[in-house]
Design a binder for this molecule. Structure first.
Ligand SMILES: C[S@@+](CC[C@H](N)C(=O)[O-])C[C@H]1O[C@@H](n2cnc3c(N)ncnc32)[C@H](O)[C@@H]1O
Length: 368
């Protein structure tokens, strides 16, 4: 017996993602690419064995995983497909009365006369009618019921999805639909199309903001007021995100800051390379999104570490390059380990050829 899964990874890092999955399920193999960065794999391990083991392994490169438990042909016409997709959810039987659930659909390809949202709404309402409670991290059913909050009105820290909530997935690709059910924690991410969730939010300065917003949410970082040091800050997306949350930001970058960040009273721009910058005092948060080779960026982190409070967080993007991304990541984490505890490392949805790490400034070992 074999089982199929749809996995998502940065296209250039797909091999690293496959290696992570094979380490958990020896013999797992690639079957087909479905779209850039989304691929089908097969293993002898059933969902209840493979998915918990993969989640426990905390993979860096696998961004999302969905069990492809059903595959049905599509006509791409609402009248034909929606009843079939609804029956698939009922047939999966994963969501029962009393459960909390979300429906996630990604639609790829042209010629559909219905949207991914149409599927989510139809299936969501049917499951709700059977006594389950829908929960969403985007607007989904709420407007239909006259409930108004939109994603922009939810602060990042107040998302309503929990790890244990059930998820019914649909992945519609041309004339084929894949479907399956899992939970938020086992699917490794809150939404099968995180870009869609963030796309609803307008950006202030640049797309990089989404990387920091996703990292703060994903790694559950509590931002207390204080001083933040932002290395590689231009054009200022991260600086603005942090300043908007009340932090006093020292933004270090030889390049120009967008006025939306530069004009904020709690942002100071130091037009220098991080290697030349001499920090004064201590910081409560360190962030680094410098486009630099990973070893040079890590060296700057170590040099800066003494200016970060013990126990304070640091968020850094590690540029992985094309040649040996898995090795680059491991070596960089080992280097950072001399001054920081590595709390999380993950290729987030908004990361391309890079991983985001969350670090905590380690206390020195007591002398014996
Ligand atoms: C991806 S951008 C950062 C985007 C930023 N996080 C934002 O949200 O606007 C990378 C930045 O790293 C900066 N950079 C590269 N090398 C640097 C160095 N040695 N010191 C400081 N900044 C550097 C570049 O000038 C560039 O502005």
């Amino acid at each position: 017996m074999s089982y199929q899964y749809i996995a998502v990874a940065t296209p250039e890092l797909q091999r690293c993602a496959l290696a992570e999955m094979s380490a958990v399920a020896p013999g797992l193999h690639w079957l087909a690419n479905l779209e850039q960065g989304t691929f089908l794999v097969e293993t002898a391990q059933k969902e209840d064995v493979f998915l918990p083991a993969l989640a426990r392994a905390e993979p860096v490169f696998v961004k999302h995983i969905m069990p492809a438990q059903r595959r049905v042909p599509l006509a791409r016409r609402k009248v034909d497909d929606l009843p079939i997709l609804l029956r698939v959810a009922q047939d999966l039987g994963a969501v029962r009365a009393g459960d909390h659930f979300t429906v996630q659909c990604r639609r790829v390809g042209k010629g559909f006369d219905y949207t991914a949202k149409d599927v989510e709404v139809l299936v969501g309402m049917a499951l709700e009618a059977c006594g389950a409670t829908p929960v969403f991290c985007d607007t989904d059913l709420r407007p239909l019921r006259g409930q108004s909050p939109t994603i922009d009105q939810y602060p990042d820290s107040e998302l309503i999805l929990e790890d244990w909530h059930k998820v019914v997935f649909y992945y519609l690709l041309g004339d084929t639909a894949y479907a399956g059910a899992s939970t938020i924690v086992l699917s490794l991410n809150e939404h099968c199309d995180e870009n869609r969730v963030f796309a609803r939010r307008s950006r202030d300065v640049c797309r990089s903001e989404f990387k920091l917003l996703e990292a703060l949410r994903r790694f559950k970082v509590d931002l207390a007021p204080g001083r933040a040091l932002d290395l590689g800050a231009a054009p200022g997306g991260w600086a603005k995100v942090l300043a908007d949350r009340g932090l006093h930001v020292t933004a270090v970058d030889p390049a120009t800051l967008d006025l939306k960040a530069a004009d904020l009273p709690n942002v100071i721009h130091i037009r220098q390379r991080a290697e030349e910058f001499a920090p004064t005092g201590v910081y409560d948060l360190l962030v680094n999104d410098m486009v630099l080779p990973a070893d040079r960026s890590a060296a700057i982190m170590l040099h800066t570490a003494p200016h970060l409070k013990y126990g304070a967080s640091a968020i850094m993007t590690i540029k992985l390059g094309y040649h040996t991304p898995c090795d680059t990541l491991q070596q960089t984490l080992a280097t950072l380990g001399s001054a920081f505890e590595v709390v999380h490392a993950k290729c987030l949805f908004h990361n391309r050829q890079e991983a985001t790490v969350m670090l905590r400034r380690a206390r020195p070992e007591p002398e014996l």
